[in-house]
Design a binder for this molecule. Structure first.
Ligand code: FE2
Length: 218
């Protein structure tokens, strides 16, 4: 029985994320049972990545680290450059980290203030992904796609959206990696996330797995 992931998925319905205790081997077994598909977020890369703070010069081109280095990242979704971004991102930390992960859910915003502004729904971005670049809005059928590292605003409404998402950082919730073996499941289509500044913790290691849900089963 795929207990860990099912529990986390159920718990994430409220805010868009959930925290549990597990290791990634268990997560992978559960995902297989649920028929979720692992998604590499870099072309030709592995689905499982180890995320480490890196300086701008050492970062992958077009990555947030290439622009922000070890400083705090802006809120974003993962795989925004992909035509079909991952539904779920699972972050895991075997030890502990003093660098929190920031989380902001469109659901929380919607509940309190009445939904995302119209400019977020209509502003057009160029999503840069080499020869596979394409145009997109930051919401698609209620799903979020936003990463200022790879999305260039093309009109006034998209520029307003950049400002809007930039200002959401102050209301983000911080997940503290204060206990070993924590996993954080993020609904990548409803929630923006970001690493806080890791300048003080260059040895930080977080592992990441991304998935498409088995939509036929849900
Ligand atoms: Fe990310």
């Amino acid at each position: 029985m795929a207990r860990i992931l099912e529990d986390l998925l159920k718990a994430s319905k409220a805010h868009g994320w959930a925290v549990g205790q597990a290791n990634l081997a268990q997560v992978r077994v559960d995902a297989t049972l649920l028929e979720w598909t692992e998604v590499p977020t870099r072309r030709g890369g592995p689905a499982l990545s180890t995320l480490r703070p890196v300086d701008q010069a050492a970062a992958e081109p077009n990555s947030l680290s290439a622009r922000y280095g070890k400083d705090a990242q802006p809120l974003h979704t993962d795989g925004a450059h992909l035509p079909n971004p991952p539904d779920i991102v699972v972050l895991a930390c075997e030890t502990t980290s003093t660098t929190p992960t920031r989380l902001w859910s469109r659901n929380r915003y919607g509940r309190f203030i009445g939904g995302l502004p119209e400019f977020v729904q209509h502003g057009v971005f160029l999503v840069t992904s080499g020869r596979d670049s394409f145009f997109a809005t930051a919401t698609e059928g209620g799903h979020l796609r936003y990463d200022p590292g790879c999305m260039i605003p093309c009109d006034a409404r998209a520029r307003q959206s950049v400002q809007f998402f930039g200002e959401r950082g102050s209301s983000a919730v911080e997940h503290q990696w204060s206990e070993p073996a924590q996993v954080l499941l993020i609904d990548n289509r409803r929630v923006l996330h970001a690493r806080a500044s890791a300048a003080h913790e260059p040895e930080r290691e977080i592992q990441r797995l991304s998935f498409h849900l088995n939509r036929e089963a849900s």
